[in-house]
Design a protein around this ligand. Structure first.
Ligand SMILES: *Cc1c(COP(=O)(O)O)cnc(C)c1O
Length: 412
């Protein structure tokens, strides 16, 4: 067998049905961007949409734009554009706040639906903000609640009729491991508990079917694979069968049924709108709205097929060219793999810094993980090939041990 060549990668790009979508993005010349799982690149339509919102809607329309430019409905109209990416229906998703805040709202709403139950379960390896907010909301639930952070795989044994809520992240931010969303939801439901999914590393990268899985609550951020821009608003979905029963634990006037009646008591707007709290950031929503154009007309199956092909190729090339140098952390099994590949190495930080110096952007996750995200809308097969060439050069020359790559910066 002849080794996979750069010409093979170029041929794969030429045959790629998603190849044309790369032009929708601003990608600096010569840069190989494998960090779209942390901050997606700028979508051209997003820049244009923000400029129009600033100059026309804000600049000229001023306050009238709340009515005439659709500002009041933006959290829901954008939610409707995210819905197909997560298997949700129209009117079921709202884009507002940030992810940690929306997790707080979902946790508070869910805990109130199971007042007789005393345990909350999550994953010990969950993203730290998820653990902090879960602990904090459990303490404020108005009854004693025990939060148990389990080792992966221990869920089945811990599920009993004391469990009110299980909160899990669908794709692990460190390892890229993807959980069985439908299977775990069913398992949690059999114990009579509710399920909250964090879709931070899923949305826009892997197929998600919340309706098909019969899930209860889900939230995610939009600045990763959805490319909504730094700090772009997050989204929240609540199953239609529950949304009429739950209360927003952080009620505010823009989730009121009649915000401009200025009533002293809170009457929630019907449906997911009741989970809006305050005046949304219209500029941030405009950026996100434009960014979602990049997903228009995209077949989720094609997206998933390319994501798996890119991550398969990256794993195969690293193992072929650098046998034994790095330990693969991400599952090989397609059913358990998200859209990133993580490797363990004692000098992972230096490796990532040395690659960045060469124009290959991945990121580092403490203590020893080098992580590479593969966003199928703009990453090419030749980028994968060239990234591995750079990685091999870094390790062969010992660039990762260079002192200039040893100082940790605030954002890794
Ligand atoms: C990125 C990420 C977050 C970020 O939360 P913010 O409130 O948007 O800062 C939270 N949870 C997970 C699992 C993430 O991957």
């Amino acid at each position: 067998m002849t080794a996979y060549s750069r010409a093979d990668a170029l041929a794969a790009d030429a045959a790629d049905p998603l190849a044309g979508r790369r032009d929708a993005f601003v990608l600096p010349d010569g840069l190989i961007y494998l960090d779209g799982n942390s901050l997606g690149p700028l979508v051209r339509a997003s820049a244009a949409r923000v400029t129009g919102t600033v100059t026309d809607e804000w600049g000229q329309g001023l306050i009238a734009s709340w009515n005439t430019a659709g500002w009041m409905d933006l959290p829901l109209s954008i939610g409707d554009r995210i819905a197909p990416l997560i298997g949700a229906g129209p009117g079921e998703v709202v884009a507002t706040d940030s992810l940690t805040i929306l997790l707080a709202k979902a946790i508070g709403a869910a805990l109130a639906l199971r007042p007789e139950r005393s345990t909350v379960l999550t994953d010990a390896a969950n993203f730290h903000t998820d653990l902090y907010i879960l602990e904090a909301m459990a303490r404020r639930a108005g009854r004693p609640l025990q939060v148990r952070a389990l080792e992966r795989g221990d869920l089945a044994g811990a599920l009993d009729d004391s469990v009110a809520l299980v909160m899990l992240t669908h794709v692990d931010f460190r390892t890229g491991e993807m959980l069985d969303l439908a299977g775990l939801t069913a398992q949690v439901h059999r114990a009579g508990a509710l399920m909250l999914w964090d879709l931070a590393h899923s949305t826009g990268a892997v197929p998600v079917d919340l309706t098909g899985a019969g899930a209860d609550f889900a939230a995610g951020c939009t600045y990763k694979y959805l490319n909504g821009g730094p700090g772009s608003p997050a989204f929240l979905w609540i199953a239609p069968r529950l949304v009429g029963e739950v209360a927003n634990p952080l009620p505010g006037w823009l989730g009121h049924a009649r915000p401009f009646d200025f009533e002293a008591t809170f009457t929630p707007a019907p449906g997911i709108r009741g989970f809006v709290t305050s005046t949304p950031s219209i500029l941030a929503l405009a950026a996100l709205d434009g960014a979602l154009d990049a997903f228009d007309g995209i077949d989720p199956a094609a997206l998933r097929a390319k994501s798996l092909a890119l991550t398969d190729l990256f794993i195969a090339l690293v193992e072929e060219r650098l046998p034994g140098a790095l330990a693969l952390v991400t599952p090989r099994d397609h059913a358990r793999r998200g859209s990133q590949v993580a490797w363990r190495h004692p000098a992972a930080y230096g490796i990532v810094q040395a690659l960045i110096a060469r124009g290959v952007v991945g990121d580092f996750r403490a203590p020893d993980i080098a992580r590479f995200g593969f966003a199928p809308l703009y990453v090419r097969y030749v980028d994968v090939f060239d990234a591995v060439t750079h990685l091999a050069a870094v390790l062969e020359a010992g660039e990762h041990l260079d002192a200039r790559h040893a100082t940790r910066r605030a954002v890794t």
